[in-house]
Design a protein around this ligand. Sequence first.
Ligand SMILES: Cc1ncc(COP(=O)(O)O)c(C=O)c1O
Length: 437
Amino acid sequence: MNSSSQKISGVMRNYGDPKLEFVFGKGSYLTSTAGESYLDFTTGIAVNSLGHCHPKLIAALQDQSERLWHSSNLYRISQAETLAQKLIANTFADRVFFCNSGTEAIEAGIKIIRRYFYSKGHEQKNRIISLTSAFHGRTLGALALANNPSQTQGFLHGDGGFDQVEYGNVNDLKNKINDMTAGIVIEPIQGEGGIRVAMKEYLAEIKDLCKINNLLLFFDEVQSGVGRSGSLYAYQELGTQPDLLATAKGLGGGVPIGACIATENIAAAMTPGTHGSTFGGNPLAAAAANAVLDEILSPNFLNDVKKRSQYLFAKLETLLRQYPKLLRDVDGMGFMIGLGFHKDASDIVKLAEEKKLLLVKAGRNYIRLLPPLNISVSEIDEAVEIIECCLQDSGWSDFLIKDASAAKNGLQEKRNAYAKISGKKLFFSLFFFALPC
Ligand SMILES: Cc1ncc(COP(=O)(O)O)c(C=O)c1O
């Protein structure tokens, strides 16, 4: 029973058979069972927003763990109420529902949208639209909503009351909206098929369609939220306000907590008994999330994220210019960044792990860079150096011709594609191209 694979033999194999195990974390680094140190650009898939074992999180959890761990929503939970107030004060929302994960925050949002129209006497208005390449989690509702065949096979029967439209295609959306449509769910920054930031004008058009057709706009910021975009939530950078929003992952900094936040008008539909969660807003999780938000909302924290993100983007764009036959594009915002390759990026993730940098893929051809929000400049330098070493050692000789003249234009291609689909001329696209944040 010594090797890692034997140790996890009782765990279901839905996560495959990972070999590496970590026993210690400090700041941006993790230490393995073999005592080796790894620079963590995965942060547990966008969870450890303040890195590992942040002293303020430790203090908050220690303090709370000595007083009360759990009492349930049968009673008031002041830690959850404080957290709700912080979210309300810093977003569009007036009310918060707490749960334990991203997918539960999505489920809550789906229920709130349907219940809202039900409470207004429009029970037939219950279908919800999602976009292609979406990911909203693994519960049955979230799976049916995102409708990705690689994840739904064998699980779904019927369409669950969801429709899907092509990402970026406003006409497709217009055609799908009918009297039964209640809402639209969008990730302002998609994270699964590669990192894709929604264009401001696309979101604005969708918001207009929501107003015209009396639909609710629901943003999934499970991954992009809690400072990862450089703002508390990405919608604040992108200029379109939703009616409700799902948040989780980075909120607890490593402790499971999620929330669906909404305006008063919509939240009013959730009368007593309509929804619930045993652990939702648990004092321990809420204490951790309060400490995370206090740090992220402290003066200059988010400005610093933006500055260091620009620094990382500049370095990645240099790589893009130097290795145009290998690298395709870089997209993202803040510290949610996708580096696109012309082929499957799995080898790069493996090579990086050998060189003690942890990366996670997004889709087939992208690696996702999700460092702690407080990553230092020297740690960014270290990561980019390792990535460059991986490019050089990748053995993809055909792709390794340095050619600065073939400068990257993947982002520009995406924006042109949107302009083509939507029939709009984007005079300012070059401006966006130059300023990824
Ligand atoms: C955009 C988005 N929505 C929802 C989820 C589901 O979150 P969880 O795994 O916490 O249920 C994820 C998880 O990766 C996500 O990235």
